[in-house]
Design a protein around this ligand. Structure first.
Ligand code: SF4
Length: 456
């Protein structure tokens, strides 16, 4: 905090080798989140205990719920001789003690550097009789010296498709839906849309009922939520696929297409008016459906709110940082609100991200694979009215005295993100409400007393 006060303004020096306050975290956290979207799955971190503790605790701090996961518990010996022996022992112990349906292994920096071969070790586990009948092992390669938590989610989603989907000669009528990295409530909201629109579907991963499971007074090791293995298997017989958020789902979409012949659309996460429209248009294209009146009404309510409150939103300057699948539709939505997005930083890199954000908002300062130090410098040079990002932005917001909307991952100091969706039209209303509250509270705080308005 104190150090942030020394963030220099003025001329910004290019940095290549130094990252200060990265706008990202490590791959296995995303892999762990995706794994927990399978009912009865136990994520397994193939690396040291410290890695696993970090991944679990980050999810726990975001959700305020315990996160079950196991680890290969690497020691110096594993680093020298490889982690196969530890993993084989772990697989046997996990199935006999914790009885998961699936062990979802993700690698770590160390096991990837050693070069542990997940295909070979998994085969050996089956050959050596360490895997009981009917039990499954899937894996994702998640070396964290490349990519981010979003890449880790994408890599595990690819593993889920590759290892759990079954090929089918005949195709059904259902849709295989891969949501990007969104909150459990967002997954529930996407399912609500599909149900209201009458689209038969299988969705995975699905953390609805996993990270927001109710308190019953009874400890349940595997919450009742999550996509069932037998349902995921049917994705190979799907009529089409719908993947939401290209960065987190493109690998899964490619695997569905290449290995199982299931083609479909990859569209933006349905955050905001236009992106939600595009998700619905994709469903119309695939199913020829008529949009339910209740959904049209929700859209109309969002449009009504935007037009009613335009004077408070129009021209307000915004800085945002976070994950690209969120930032792309969010930037678009902020522009729909009439806001002026001045600075954008994503921790995850990629030309696609740069192209989309440049196309949506060509005039903003944009850094792909950037850090929050740079964003803070930009905010000092060109102040904004609102900062949007995960909890780590609170120090910049305080330092610059700017209203701050917590959005994205992780949110460590507020509640609600796991319960109240920000996708779809109603999610758009929630976002507008949150932004308006921040801006109006600011007006009420700063305005001269004689100009204080009761009616806003
Ligand atoms: S960055 Fe690598 S070493 Fe660090 S916690 Fe993540 S996987 Fe483990």
């Amino acid at each position: 905090m104190t150090l942030l006060r020394h963030t220099p303004a003025g001329e910004i020096k290019e940095r290549e080798a130094l990252v200060i306050n990265p706008a990202k975290t490590c791959q296995p956290i995303g892999a762990m989140y995706a794994s927990l979207g399978i009912h009865g799955a136990l994520p397994h971190s193939h690396g040291s205990q410290g890695c696993c503790s970090y991944h679990r605790s980050t999810l726990t701090r975001h959700y305020k719920d315990p996160v079950m996961a196991s680890t290969s518990s690497f020691t110096e010996g594993s680093a020298v001789f490889g982690g196969q022996a530890n993993l084989l022992t772990a697989i046997q112990t996990i199935f006999s003690v914790y009885d998961p349906k699936v062990i979802a292994i993700h690698t770590t920096c160390l096991s990837e550097t050693i070069g542990d071969d997940m295909v070979q070790i998994r085969k050996k586990a089956f050959d050596d009789g360490k895997v009981p009948d009917g039990k499954l092992i899937i894996y994702g390669n998640t070396p964290s010296y490349v990519g981010t938590h979003v890449t880790g989610y994408a890599n595990m989603v690819k593993g889920i498709v590759r290892d759990l989907v079954k090929a089918s000669e005949t195709k059904g009528e259902h849709l295989a839906v891969i949501p990007g990295w969104v909150e459990p409530c967002d997954m529930r909201e996407i399912k609500r849309y599909l149900n209201v629109l009458g689209v038969p579907f299988v969705m995975f991963p699905d953390t609805d009922g996993v990270f927001d499971a109710p308190m019953t007074g009874k400890h349940v090791f595997y919450p009742k939520g999550g996509a069932k293995v037998e349902d995921i298997a049917t994705a190979g017989a799907a009529k089409a696929s719908l993947c939401l958020g290209r960065v987190a789902t493109a690998l899964g979409s490619e695997e569905l297409s290449k290995t199982f012949g299931v083609e479909g659309d990859v569209v933006d996460l349905p955050i905001g008016l236009a992106a939600t429209d595009r998700m619905i248009e994709s469903l119309i294209k695939t199913y020829g459906l008529t949009v339910a009146e209740s959904i049209n009404d929700e859209r109309g309510k969002l449009v009504d709110l935007l037009s009613d409150m335009e004077q408070y939103l129009w021209g307000k300057k915004v800085a945002i940082f976070g994950d690209p699948d969120q930032l792309i539709p969010l930037t678009e939505f902020l522009k729909t609100m009439g806001m002026d997005v001045r600075h954008i930083v994503t921790g995850t890199e990629g030309n696609y991200i740069r192209d989309r954000l440049t196309e949506i908002n060509p005039t903003a300062n944009l850094k792909i694979g950037g850090d929050m130090f740079l964003l803070h410098q930009w905010m000092k040079n060109e102040p904004v009215d609102l900062l949007i990002g995960n909890t780590y932005g609170k120090y910049m917001a305080r330092d610059e005295d700017v209203p701050f909307l917590r959005f994205g991952f992780p949110i460590l100091d507020r509640q609600g993100h796991q319960h109240f969706p920000t996708v779809g039209y109603m999610g758009g209303i929630r976002l507008v409400e949150q932004i308006l509250n921040l801006l109006m509270d600011r007006i009420d705080r700063d305005v001269e007393e004689h100009k204080m308005e009761l009616q806003m």
